[in-house]
Design a protein around this ligand. Structure first.
Ligand SMILES: [Zn+2]
Ligand SMILES: [Zn+2]
Length: 221
């Protein structure tokens, strides 16, 4: 785990992309309904809510992201009475939340952080010292074009590599991603994408080396 205060390998904050999550599907709605059925009270709050002092985030394990306003989150996203909410909020009043842009990112390529939602596919710009991550292929394509003047050609079809990422925040604004060491769990719906993903890595050589170089360059600053 990262020590607090270490310069993020993915900084500057402009590396944040505001891609929203994929549009809601029936599956997602079902999951949200299940999550909403979880009642959080003083008897289980320490199980469901996790405060990370070094990062200044309070994570709801049920939803897998950092909660900025606990009372609101409990009211909107969970079961429970007003009394439950008051008491749970009382348990966490000592927990200071940092403003999202100042929350440190986790070290790159660590194990996925278990309290957060499962890693998602993302694209890391291959330019040294850039470090921009986007979960949208269009997003990374535009970044590579605008920031580095890259244009897709037969010789250099892409200018990024695929990585797995997590984020503390699920809202489009504060989202900043950090890479994690993760292997895709095969599911029927993902299978159609796997060959394309594999070909990205192959066509770009060892992307890990690019990533390491990025980290190395940034660490020097
Ligand atoms: Zn929650
Ligand atoms: Zn870039």
């Amino acid at each position: 785990m990262a020590s607090s205060g270490r310069k993020s390998p993915h900084s500057p904050p402009t590396s944040a992309q505001s891609d929203g999550p994929a549009s809601a599907t029936t599956h997602v709605q079902t999951v949200d309904t299940q999550k909403k059925s979880v009642r959080i009270s003083t008897s289980n709050a320490n199980e469901y809510l996790l405060y990370l002092r070094d990062y200044g985030v309070l994570i709801c394990r049920v939803h897998g992201f950092a909660v900025r306003q606990l009372e609101n989150h409990l009211r909107i996203a969970h079961q429970g009475s007003a009394k439950d909410r008051r008491e749970v909020v009382g348990m966490f009043t000592h927990c200071r939340s940092r403003a999202p842009p100042t929350v440190p990112l986790l070290e790159p390529l660590q194990e996925p952080f278990e309290a957060l939602a499962l890693p998602q596919k993302a694209f890391l710009c291959a330019a040294p010292e850039c470090g921009v991550i986007s979960i949208s292929r269009d997003g990374i394509r535009i970044q590579c074009n605008k920031a580095h003047g890259w244009r897709s050609s037969a010789k250099q079809r892409i200018y990024w590599g695929q990585v797995w990422v997590q984020t503390f925040f699920n809202a489009a604004g504060p989202q900043r991603y950090f890479t994690v060491d993760y292997e895709e769990q095969p599911t029927p719906t993902e299978e159609s994408e796997t060959p394309a993903a594999a070909s990205i890595g192959a066509s770009e050589g060892r992307f890990d080396d690019i990533l390491k170089k990025c980290d190395y360059d940034l660490d020097k600053h």
